[in-house]
Design a protein around this ligand. Structure first.
Ligand code: MN
Length: 297
C-alpha cells in the first residue's frame, strides 16, 4: 500500500512551533499518513517538539529539499560540493531523528534557473557525493529520492530516463528516482511511459496538476498517470504538492514562480487531493483487473 502524504506548504510557510503543530494536526485530521516537510534549513527544525507533534497525531514525516548555488554538488567546485555534502548529511540526520523513511527533492544539484548546461565532471561529482550520502542514509533505513524537475529548476535531472541513468551510476539500493507529475508534464514525451520505464527505480512520487492547484482541475491526464503507477507495481510514498501565494513566501515563491492564488483554503484542497488520489488508485487497480475478468471461458 502506498503511503499518502501532503506537502507542508499546503498549510504553512515555516516551521515555528505554531506552524509545525498546525501543519501536523491538519495533515492528520484530513487523513494523510505523513507530512512532507522542507528541510531547506534543517537547523530551524525543533526535533523534539516535532517528534511530539507527530506522535500525538499518529502520522509520519518525510523530508524534501533542494540545494542552492552555494551548496551545489554538481558545480565541480570542491568547496561548494563540501557545503552541499554537509547540507545533505544534516538532512539525513534530521530524517533519522524523526523516523523518516525518505529524503527527496533536488538533492543532486542547485534548485535554480541555470544559464549553462551541466558538465560531465559536475555529474560525476554529484554521483560520487550522492553515493557517499546514501551510505549514511542506509544505516538509518532511509531512501534518497532524486527529484526530476523541469529545465527552469535544475540542469542535471530533467527527465525520468536521466534519473534512471544517474541511479545506475550511483548503484546503491536506496538511491531512487523521485518523479513529479507537474514537472513530467513539461519535460516528458509520454508521462505514463516514463513512469513504466522507470520501473523499480521509482522511489517517491509527487502528485498535483499542470498549474500546481487542485488535482483534476488542470490539463494532465491523471487517470493515465495512476494507471502507470499501479501497473508498474509502485508501492512507495505518494505526496501531494501544491503551491499558492496564499502560503508560499520568499525565497521559494521566487524560485518556483508562484504569482497567483490557485486556492485559498488548504484544508479543502488537501482533503480533495486525498479523496481524488484514493479514487484514482482504486480505479487504476480495477483497470488492471479488467484483463483477468475479460478472459474467455
Ligand atoms: Mn515536486
Amino acid at each position: 500500500m502506498n503511503k499518502l502524504g501532503v506537502h507542508a506548504l499546503v498549510w504553512e510557510a515555516g516551521w515555528s512551533h505554531d506552524e509545525c503543530s498546525r501543519a501536523i494536526a491538519r495533515t492528520a485530521e484530513v487523513g494523510y499518513d505523513f507530512i512532507e516537510a522542507p528541510a531547506l534549513d534543517p537547523g530551524s527544525i525543533d526535533v523534539d517538539f516535532t517528534r511530539r507533534q507527530l506522535e500525538k497525531n499518529g502520522i509520519g514525516i518525510n523530508f524534501s529539499l533542494g540545494l542552492d548555488a552555494d551548496t551545489d554538488i554538481s558545480s565541480g567546485d570542491r568547496e561548494k560540493a563540501g557545503r552541499g555534502t554537509k547540507r545533505l548529511e544534516d538532512a539525513i540526520a534530521l530524517a533519522r531523528d524523526l523516523g523518516a523513511t525518505h529524503v527527496c527533492g533536488i538533492l543532486h544539484s542547485a534548485f535554480q534557473k541555470n544559464a549553462v548546461p551541466t558538465t560531465a565532471a559536475g555529474v560525476a561529482m554529484s554521483v560520487d557525493i550522492i553515493g557517499h550520502v546514501a551510505e549514511i542514509a542506509a544505516r538509518s533505513g532511509i531512501t534518497l529520492g532524486l527529484e526530476v524537475v523541469n529545465r527552469y529548476e535544475s540542469n542535471v535531472l530533467n527527465t525520468a530516463s536521466q534519473a534512471v541513468e544517474f541511479c545506475r551510476r550511483v548503484n546503491a539500493p536506496n538511491v531512487k528516482a523521485h518523479l513529479d507529475v507537474y514537472h513530467m508534464n513539461i519535460e516528458e514525451s509520454d508521462i505514463a511511459s516514463a513512469i513504466r520505464d522507470t520501473g523499480d527505480y521509482l522511489g517517491y512520487f509527487h502528485t498535483g496538476d499542470s498549474h500546481r492547484g487542485y488535482m483534476g482541475s488542470g490539463s494532465i491526464d491523471l487517470a493515465q498517470v495512476f494507471r502507470a503507477l499501479v501497473a508498474s507495481g509502485y508501492e512507495g510514498p505518494i505526496a501531494f504538492e501544491s503551491f499558492s501565494s496564499r502560503v508560499v513566501g520568499q525565497p521559494l515563491e521566487g524560485i518556483l514562480g508562484i504569482w497567483r492564488n490557485l486556492w485559498e483554503d488548504g484544508q479543502d484542497l488537501a482533503a480533495h487531493a486525498l479523496m481524488y488520489t484514493r479514487a484514482q488508485l482504486k480505479s487504476a487497480q480495477e483497470t488492471l483487473k479488467q484483463a483477468e475478468r475479460s478472459r474467455l471461458p
